[in-house]
Design a protein around this ligand. Structure first.
Ligand SMILES: Nc1ncnc2c1ncn2[C@@H]1O[C@H](COP(=O)(O)OP(=O)(O)O)[C@@H](O)[C@H]1O
Ligand SMILES: [Mg+2]
Length: 259
């Protein structure tokens, strides 16, 4: 169910993703330095996410994961380096250009409007994406995928459980079919059984053709879905590769992080 009419761009040779065979990169960070005013949080971060690939970006609190996510979705402009989306250099472009290129960012925490109903929360992004005439159909599709949201359509989003709120923020992603979903700590604060559900949803989003950049502090969850892992520590990529090739537990334990 890949969205029709979305053009594909061929990767430029010599970029960071050239080392990942078999998939064109949807996103590349190339030697990215970024921070907040005079505080630098990223020091030359490079990694890539190929089409339909699932990359786990892991590392301890404060390592720069969220900062990387902000750079990757155009919310934060790097002070050095490049952000390339589907072969196009979007460095310095506004966030809506990144969205138009197919990048969706599900930020940390509960990104729903708690005083609006479930249906209103869906209608807002769907109206923007599908226009007034397509809203109803998109909402119905979301309820097919998430029947529980359908049952709670008139309830304020603030009264949903943590897991249901996370489902609500992911529901629009399934319908939108972006090229890349950046999910910042999707399991944060959820009970284990709900985490399983959230990861099943991520798996479905991926099966539908969307590449994933999953950010987690605890690697075990993210590894289930990842075919490439990038470990970030103190604003540097300390280790990267296929999970089966990496001694991740050892490397994170050595750096003082328990997993
Ligand atoms: N808005 C901000 N202003 C100033 N410093 C920030 C801001 N957000 C994050 N930082 C700092 O940048 C560094 C990286 O943070 P962040 O990217 O949020 O890490 P992570 O998501 O890996 O926990 C941390 O030292 C953090 O304190
Ligand atoms: Mg974070």
């Amino acid at each position: 169910m890949t969205a029709p009419g979305r053009d594909r761009h061929v990767a430029q040779p010599g970029t960071a993703a050239a080392s990942q065979p078999g998939s064109d990169p949807v996103l590349e960070l190339v030697d990215v330095h970024a921070g907040y005013e005079r505080f630098l949080a990223l020091f030359g971060v490079s990694f890539a996410v190929g089409e339909r690939q699932s990359v786990a970006l892991v590392g301890p609190n404060g390592a720069g994961k969220t900062t990387s996510a902000r750079v990757a979705s155009g919310l934060l402009e790097p002070t050095r380096g490049r952000v390339v989306v589907a072969g196009r250099d979007l460095t310095g472009q506004p966030a809506h250009r990144f969205a138009a290129a197919g990048i969706i960012h599900a930020p940390e925490g509960r990104s729903v409007f708690s005083s609006l109903t479930v249906e209103e929360n869906l209608a807002l992004p769907f109206r923007r994406i599908f226009g007034r005439s397509g809203v109803r159909e998109a909402i119905d599709r979301a309820y097919e995928v998430f029947p529980r949201l359908g049952e709670r359509r008139r309830q304020n989003a603030g009264s949903l459980s943590g897991g249901e709120q996370r489902m609500l923020s992911l529901a629009r992603v399934l319908v939108d079919e972006p090229k890349l979903l950046i999910a910042d700590e999707p399991s944060l604060g959820l009970a284990p059984i709900v985490i399983e559900e959230v990861y099943e949803v991520l798996q479905r989003i991926r099966d539908a053709g969307t590449a994933l950049l999953i950010i987690e502090q605890h690697i075990d969850q993210a590894l289930k879905l990842a075919d490439h892992v990038v470990v970030l520590e103190h604003g540097h990529v300390s280790i990267a590769g296929r999970p089966e090739d990496l001694d991740l537990h050892r490397s994170l334990t050595l750096s003082g992080k328990t997993t």
